[in-house]
Every structure is written in C-alpha cells, then in structure tokens.
Design a binder for this molecule. Sequence first.
Ligand SMILES: Cc1cc2nc3c(=O)[nH]c(=O)nc-3n(C[C@H](O)[C@H](O)[C@H](O)COP(=O)(O)O)c2cc1C
Length: 326
Amino acid sequence: MEDVSDPPFRAVCKDNGADLMYTEFISSEGLIRDAIKSRRKLDIFDYERPVGIQIFGGDEESLSLAAKIVDVTQPDLLDINFGCPVKKVALKGAGAGVLKDIDLMVRLTEAVVKSTSLPVTVKTRLGWDDSMLNIEEVAERLQDVGIKALAIHGRTRCQMYKGDADWTLIGKVKNNPRMHIPIFGNGDIDSPQKAVEYKNRYGVDGVMIGRAAIGYPWIFREIKHFVQTGELLEPPTVEERVNVVRKHLHKSLDWKGPIVGINEMRRHYANYLKGLPNIKEYRSKLVTLNDPAAIEAILDEIIIRYSNYEIEATPIELINYHEKCG
Ligand SMILES: Cc1cc2nc3c(=O)[nH]c(=O)nc-3n(C[C@H](O)[C@H](O)[C@H](O)COP(=O)(O)O)c2cc1C
C-alpha cells in the first residue's frame, strides 16, 4: 500500500504472521528516471522474504525496463499493479486504467514476463465499471502469457473503495476449470472469521489484506491461529501494542533517518492506539515531539497509564479512501 507498506511496516507485519508481502507500488517511469523515491522503494530485506516488488506503468518499454531494474534486487516475485484507481495513475493509462484495454494489459504483462527471470504476478480489480466486468477474461489471458498468480480486489475501478467488495466474480475466476494459477481474493477482510468464511466460500488460494493491517498487524497471526485451532486469539495487550509501535519507530529511524523517520511515523500512532480512552493528549505529544527518547518516554507512560486496560476485540474499522471516478 502506497505510503504504508514500507520496510518498517512490513517488519511488524512479518513479525505478526504475514506470509507474503509486497512493496508499495513503484512507478516504472520513476525507476527508469532513477528517481530517489522510486529507488528507495526497491529496498527489501532477507528477514521479510518472501516479498514481492510491485511496479506500475502503461507502456511496454518502461515496464520492461523497470522489470530489468527490479531483477537486480532479487525479490521473490515481481507484481504488476493493474488495480490502482487514483486519477493520477488510472487516467494516465496505468494501474486500473489498463482494465479498459485488455489487449494492452496482455501486451504489458507479456513484456514484463519476457524481461525478467522472476515469477510475475498481477494485482487487479473486477473491471473498470459495472458495465465492464472483465476479470474472467483478464484472468485467462494473463495466465496464458505466463503470470504465476493473480490477486483480485472485488471492486471496480469506479467503485474506488466504496460499497462492499463483491467476491462472487473472484470465486468464478477461481472455479474456472481453465485456471490453474493461485488466485488470491482481496477486499474488506477485517477479521479471522471473515477470512476463513470467504476463503471457504469462494475457494481462493489465499486472502490478501490491506487496510485491516494498518495499525493492526496482529490480524495475520489472529487469522492463522483461527485457521489452525478454530479459536480466536486474545487481542494484543496495551503493552504489546506499544512495543510494536516502538519496533515500527526504530525501523523507521533506521531506514529513513532521524527526520523523515520521526515525521512519517506520525501517521501511524492514531491507528495503533485507537480504542484507548482519552488517548488524545498522548497522541498529540507523539505527533509533535522530534526527539526519539522523548517519544519513547511517552510510549512508556502509555503502558503504565493503560496497564489494566483491555481494548475490546471489535471488528477492525476499515479505513475508506474515496475519490470521484473520473
Ligand atoms: C492507502 C492505500 C494504499 C494502497 N496502495 C496500493 C498499492 O500500492 N498497490 C496495490 O496493489 N494496492 C494498493 N492499495 C489497495 C489495497 O492493496 C487493497 O486492494 C484494497 O485496500 C482493498 O483491500 P482491503 O479491504 O483489505 O484494504 C492501497 C490501499 C490503500 C488503502
């Protein structure tokens, strides 16, 4: 997830049971121009394997060059994003924009498959809009040009993040006898029960989780525990939560340096500390302090102040990211 799934975030997801993770999407043009921001997103670490690097673009040549750049960093797989709905991507003919032209999508995918020795996977949506639900054709044709797995978000581009994800078409793709590659279902999974229910109902090979992991990386271990035992794991204690915040912070400082590390960590505190009464006062300190030691001291205070507090295991709130369909 853009601005979320960087190495520090991935580290805490890995600790808490994520089986396969992806980088934020990376612009193929950015990689070719050698833009620093794009290059940084190629950073992957051995402890997080298996990890996929995700690229996007709307042009065969750039995607193929970008695939060659990704090759050098040796992730476990290379993923192409044909699902991003935001205007700056989709209306420029990349991300979910490519869903309007399946021939182009096939050509772009084939160009990437031919340019890399890595397994290539694709992440996409059901189609552009309700009148163009072409995922079944997309799945067959992308499989035919050599992708090794397909992840489907059960919304159209025009839905952005509105309404509920519709998994029926994902199930159809999975149950198409012509399909033999793994199909991952995605959209609105926010609890162990829902993960298992949807996996069983639609038969998918895996469940992909986005928003529910933001501020709650424990979702992965909770799902695994439920799959293995049929029982729900206790939610993390306040101390455990704060210790994960701490690890996230340390990883941010290590990877981004003291200024950016502190700044970018600010967007995460509210998500981690959601549900604690009167947390605002601590939160405002966390997002204004610049000294790591002072931030750590506030984290210590939070542990003491809420030591006997149990945050109820309520369904995880799915954050909505809306933008008008252009
Ligand atoms: C802030 C944010 C950034 C995202 N960035 C990406 C991205 O870079 N690549 C991608 O494939 N999907 C991205 N997504 C979409 C998610 O991967 C996922 O498909 C979507 O949120 C639905 O799944 P969920 O209900 O589990 O969140 C992003 C979603 C959010 C909320």
